[in-house]
Design a protein around this ligand. Structure first.
Ligand SMILES: Nc1nc2c(ncn2[C@@H]2O[C@H](COP(=O)(O)OP(=O)(O)OP(=O)(O)O)[C@@H](O)[C@H]2O)c(=O)[nH]1
Ligand SMILES: [Zn+2]
Length: 321
């Protein structure tokens, strides 16, 4: 039977079969997926094939095949082995929840997130939450950010989890799809999800990231069916996903508006830094591209990732306090 992995607890997987029933499944023997050194062979979101076995009136499943993944997100293990932990796979939409203040979401944070999502091949929608609280200045900033990101092609929604404004727009985009919500601590992820699906209490808030540092097996994702033909994957650790390893020449490819100009740069390996006849720099000079994006790009090229990671962990700590 075919099914989808909803949950993994150690060596057991909860798989929803195409008959709509959940089965506890194990993996038969050892099977590894080519090209990925991961600590877990099967992840939440995986489409698998399994066979049923009945022993002493108890029916369980044995997973014997996994369909190619459309995409997946990983968390790097902190130890030195090159292994990664696959947090979740086959995600259709990442909703990045952003607030202008309380807490502040910087364009640098957004851009690093978007680069990673582009590298993973996952579509991101920017959700500006708490618009019921914005001062005129905050509103100006929000509209400016919305202008920048929608120009590039990222859909932007303005919502309030408290007043309910804009929630239907989120729901509409979730129908028939697998979604994940992420963003800084305090932007309103739990409040939004509860407003979208009352009664669904995700564990995001309770799991402390601090305790997960230095370990790679304790961050479990879980998939939930919602009441309106949508699935949500709760990934407590998703905030911690780092910029995936990439070559300097690759980084620009994940800034869609830079990528679109790349052909017009004189050098085909142009890093858009000091090279002459660079179409990206020219467009910047003409104010056709956002300087904030270019700044983020340079930061990523210069490998200021450690700083970024510190921010994330600090975030996790706040959550604990
Ligand atoms: N005014 C207003 N407050 C909101 C809105 N959304 C969330 N909040 C408030 O913001 C605070 C944080 O919301 P949470 O839903 O806990 O945020 P979170 O992103 O889940 O935070 P973590 O669990 O720490 O990751 C709570 O006090 C919410 O009531 C909104 O749209 N408007
Ligand atoms: Zn260039």
């Amino acid at each position: 039977m075919n099914g989808i992995v909803y949950k993994s607890t150690g060596s057991w997987y909860s798989v929803k079969g195409e008959d709509g029933v959940f089965y506890d499944c194990r993996i038969k023997g050892k099977f590894r997926i080519k090209g990925i050194k991961s600590t877990n062979p099967i992840a939440v979101g995986d489409h698998v094939r399994f066979e049923l076995e009945t022993t002493n009136d108890v029916t369980t499943g044995v997973i014997n095949d996994i369909k190619p993944r459309k995409n997946y997100i990983v968390r790097k293990s902190v130890n030195l082995s090159k292994q990664v932990h696959i947090l979740a796979s086959n995600i259709d939409t990442l909703f990045l929840i952003v607030t202008i203040d309380n807490p502040v979401t910087t364009t640098s944070f957004i851009d690093r997130f978007l680069v990673t999502a582009e590298a993973y091949g996952i579509k991101t929608v920017l959700v500006f939450n708490k618009i019921d609280t914005y001062s005129e200045d905050a509103l100006d900033e929000q509209l400016y950010m919305q202008y920048i990101y929608s120009q590039i092609g990222y859909e932007c929604l303005r919502v309030s989890a408290v007043t309910g404004k804009g929630l239907d727009a989120i729901k509409e985009r979730m129908i028939g799809k697998v979604s994940t919500f992420t963003g800084h601590s305090g932007v309103g992820k739990s409040t939004l999800i509860n407003a979208i699906e009352p009664g669904l209490h995700l564990k995001t808030a309770q799991i402390s990231e601090q305790h997960q540092q230095g370990q790679h097996t304790t961050t479990f994702a879980e998939m939930f069916d919602l009441s309106f033909d949508a699935q949500i994957i709760d990934t407590p650790g998703v905030r911690g996903f780092g910029v995936v390893d990439m070559e300097p020449t690759e980084v620009g490819d994940y800034f869609p508006e830079f990528f679109a100009l790349k052909d017009q740069c004189k050098f085909n390996n142009c890093l858009h830094r000091e090279e002459p006849y660079c179409a990206v720099k020219n467009a910047l000079d003409r104010d056709e591209l956002a300087w904030s994006r270019y700044k983020s790009y340079i930061q990523i090229l210069d490998g200021e990732e450690e700083h970024y990671r510190t921010d994330i962990y600090k975030d996790g700590k706040n959550q604990d306090e």
